[in-house]
Design a protein around this ligand. Structure first.
Ligand code: ZN
Length: 329
C-alpha cells in the first residue's frame, strides 16, 4: 500500500488531475526537505502511472497485473536509480544504462517510468548524460527526479523538469500524525531536532540516528575545550554519514547564534543541548562564530568532492580546535 501523507494532498490532487487527463509532463522534479515523505510520494506516483485501473482518487489499484508486477519488482517498464549508499555519486555509467533501458521497446501499453532518487548525487557527467534524454525523451516516457537539494543540480536539468515543491507540515499537523502513528512517544523534541520533518523524527525514534546526532553534537562542543583531543572525537564520529555530520554541526552554530541574539530563543535546533550551548555562547563573539561557520562550509566544499569523506570530521575538528585555542575561548 502506498502512502500519501496528509500534508501532501494538494500535490497529489495536482498529479491526479493530470493523470486523469493523461497530460503528465515527461520530466518531473520533486523537491523539498529530507524526511517529509517525497520518496514515498514518488513511489505512489510511479504506481499510479503504471496501474491499469487507478482508483477514483488517482492512486494505484494494487491488484491489477501491472500493480502486481510492480510490487514484485518485476514490472519491466520501470527503472529506478539511486545512489548505492549515502554520499556515493550516481555515475555516468548508471545514467547511460538507464537511458539505454528507456529506449528499449515497451513491454506493456503503459508509460515507461524512470525514477531517480537523490538526483543531486549525479555527478556532472551523469547529469550531462541525462540532459539530452530530458530534452527528447522516448515516446510515452516519464522521468521523475527526487531531490532535497535541487540547487546542487545543473540549471539546465532543473529547467527541463516540471518542479513540484513539497513542504513540511505545520507543527500541529506533524505532531498529530506522529501521535496517531505511535502515541506513547515524547515527539516534540524529536520533531524539533528533525527540523519539523515528521519522517525524520520517526527515523530518529526508530534508529540509532538520535545517538549518532548526540555523539556529533557532543563531539563538536568538546572541540571548544582547551584540552580536547580532536583526533579522538573524530574517531568517535567518523563512521556517521558525512552529510548528517555537516547538518548537525551546522545546527549547533545556528543555535549559538540564536542564543547570542537572545538568551531565551523561542526555538533551538538542539533543545536537548540548551545548557551546554548557553554556557558556551558567551565565550564567543559573533565574528568568531562566523569564522567557525565559514570553516564548516569550506571543509564541506572540499570534502564534497573527496573520495575520503571520513577525513571530513578529522579535518574540521582539528581546525576548529586550533581556532578555539587561538582565540582562547
Ligand atoms: Zn493497478
Amino acid at each position: 500500500m502506498n502512502t500519501i501523507y496528509p500534508w501532501q494532498q494538494e500535490q497529489w490532487q495536482y498529479f491526479a488531475t493530470m493523470m486523469q487527463a493523461d497530460s503528465l509532463p515527461h520530466a518531473l522534479m520533486l523537491t523539498g526537505l529530507e524526511g517529509i515523505g517525497k520518496h514515498e510520494f514518488a513511489k505512489a506516483l510511479v504506481a499510479a502511472i503504471i496501474c491499469k485501473e487507478p482508483k477514483s482518487d488517482g492512486q494505484a489499484c494494487g491488484v491489477c497485473k501491472h500493480c502486481q508486477l510492480l510490487q514484485a519488482n518485476t514490472f519491466p517498464d520501470y527503472i529506478k536509480l539511486a545512489p548505492e549508499e549515502d554520499g556515493k555519486a550516481i555515475s555516468v555509467d548508471d545514467v547511460r544504462e538507464l537511458i539505454a533501458k528507456l529506449h528499449l521497446t515497451r513491454h506493456f501499453d503503459a508509460h515507461k517510468v524512470a525514477l531517480i532518487e537523490c538526483a543531486e548525487q549525479m555527478n556532472a557527467n551523469a547529469a550531462n548524460a541525462l540532459l539530452k534524454t530530458l530534452e527528447e525523451p522516448p515516446e510515452k516516457t516519464i522521468i521523475i527526479l527526487v531531490t532535497s537539494q535541487p540547487l546542487s543540480l545543473p540549471a539546465t536539468i532543473r529547467s527541463r523538469c516540471q518542479l513540484v515543491n513539497f513542504y513540511p507540515p505545520t507543527d500541529d499537523e506533524a505532531m498529530s500524525w506522529l501521535q496517531s502513528t505511535i502515541d506513547d512517544v515524547e515527539w516534540e523534541p524529536l520533531l524539533r531536532v528533525a527540523q519539523g520533518a515528521p519522517l525524520q523524527a520517526m527515523q530518529y525514534h526508530e534508529t540509532e540516528l538520535l545517538d549518532q546526532r548526540i555523539a556529533v553534537v557532543q563531539g563538536y562542543l568538546e572541540v571548544f575545550e582547551p584540552n580536547a583531543n580532536p583526533m579522538d572525537i573524530a574517531a568517535r564520529i567518523e563512521a556517521i554519514p558525512f552529510l548528517l555530520c555537516f547538518q548537525w554541526i551546522q545546527a549547533v552554530i545556528v543555535d549559538l547564534m540564536r542564543i547570542k541574539a537572545s538568551e531565551n530563543p523561542i526555538t533551538l535546533e538542539n533543545p536537548d543541548f540548551y545548557r551546554p550551548l548557553l554556557a558556551l555562547a558567551p565565550r564567543m563573539q559573533v565574528p568568531l562564530l562566523l569564522e567557525f561557520w565559514e570553516l564548516l562550509i569550506e571543509r564541506k566544499r572540499i570534502f564534497d568532492n573527496s573520495l575520503n569523506r571520513r577525513l571530513f570530521a578529522e579535518s574540521l575538528l582539528i581546525r576548529s580546535h586550533k581556532l578555539a585555542i587561538k582565540h582562547r575561548i
